[in-house]
Design a protein around this ligand. Structure first.
Ligand code: ASN
Ligand code: ZN
Ligand code: CA
Length: 327
């Protein structure tokens, strides 16, 4: 018999945060009893199975192998709460049932991933200058691959694959702003806490995706040939422009400059509305074969349904897509 408890944890990225746990006998388990039963396991450097569930004697989690586990459990909890409180969704499948997470995958593994076959998330420890892949934007990115798999099922190649990746980046950013801890406030950068390049730069930039040296700012007919983490660029750029508009801007101490590909000026409608539009498009209008042209139509349909086809929001969606050469 398990009681729901509230512990605290200190991971690497989010400061000290509350963690919902369960207690069996005198042992606390890293099982979130109030969010679908999400469990965090220690793979102990293995690359298969589930390893062992993280447990603790006093419900104060920190240090050693628990550091990554705290970030992972917190990331899953914040993403769950964001889905529920912002999107009105009860878990990835909207059935109240959580996925689970695996920490400490392999040796010096510099990645994290969602796996649809286990309906689970897995996190590496990083290597060298690259920190553990457990920041909140990464955790929300991975969990949102589950959301896409449960809804639009965007195929993970060519243009639909870029849209699949952008969807995870969009909700990764949205959850980071939702969580808004003082040590990792919201930004439009992906993986900025990981130092994956060793020089302090993030993995991706939504205001100007080409800053990573590989992603595209705008659509072209060859976009479909790129890796999905680069063909995500125009959709990430669309999301930034729709949220914040074109031009220079500083948010939470981070400076952005988002030029449009057609020289237009785009006025943002705010991130909250942009998130609602993307979510409705993903869950109502997109399918496995949605490409960029169809994503424009899907988001316009979503904006029309949410705000009306004569609304400023509807017009901004069209303007933001035109600004990334999706006409
Ligand atoms: N971290 C990567 C991602 O979520 C793993 C992958 O390439 N599938 O996209
Ligand atoms: Zn991804
Ligand atoms: Ca970020």
């Amino acid at each position: 018999d398990e009681a729901i408890e509230t512990g605290t944890g200190t991971g690497k990225y989010n400061g000290t945060v509350p963690l919902t746990t369960t207690k069996s006998g005198s042992t606390y388990n890293l099982t979130d009893g109030s969010r679908g039963g999400h469990k965090t396991y220690d793979l102990n450097q293995k690359t298969s199975g589930t390893g062992t569930l993280f447990t603790d004697a006093d419900d104060v989690w920190s240090g050693g192998r628990q550091t990554a586990a705290v970030d992972i459990a917190y990331g899953a909890a914040e993403t769950w709460d964001f889905y529920k409180n912002v999107l009105g969704r009860n878990g990835i499948k909207n059935n109240g049932v959580a996925s689970y997470s695996r920490a400490h995958y392999g040796n010096s593994y510099v990645n994290a991933f969602w796996d649809d076959s286990c309906f689970c998330m897995t996190y590496g420890d990083g290597a060298g200058n690259a920190n553990a892949l457990t920041s909140i934007d990464v955790a929300a990115h991975e969990m949102s691959h589950g959301l896409t798999a449960a809804t639009a099922k965007l195929a993970y190649s060519a243009e639909s694959g870029g849209l699949n990746e952008a969807t995870s980046d969009i909700f990764g950013t949205a959850v980071e702003f939702y969580s808004n801890t003082s040590t990792d406030p919201g930004d439009y950068l992906i993986g900025e806490k990981i130092n994956i390049n060793g020089d302090g730069t993030p993995l991706r930039y939504q205001d100007k995706p080409s800053k990573d040296g590989a992603s595209k700012d705008a659509w072209s007919s060859t976009l479909k040939n790129l890796d999905v983490h680069y063909s995500s660029g125009p959709a990430n750029h669309f999301f930034y422009l729709l949220s914040e508009g074109s031009g220079a801007k500083t948010i939470n101490g981070v400076s952005y400059n988002s030029p449009t590909s057609n020289g237009s000026t785009v006025t943002g409608i705010g991130r909250d509305k942009a998130v609602q539009i993307w979510y409705k498009a993903l869950t109502t209008y997109m399918t496995s074969s949605t490409n960029y042209a169809k994503a424009r139509t899907a988001t316009l349909s979503a904006a029309g349904a949410l705000y009306g086809t004569t609304s400023a929001e509807y017009k901004a969606v069209g303007a933001a897509w035109s600004a990334v050469n999706v006409a």
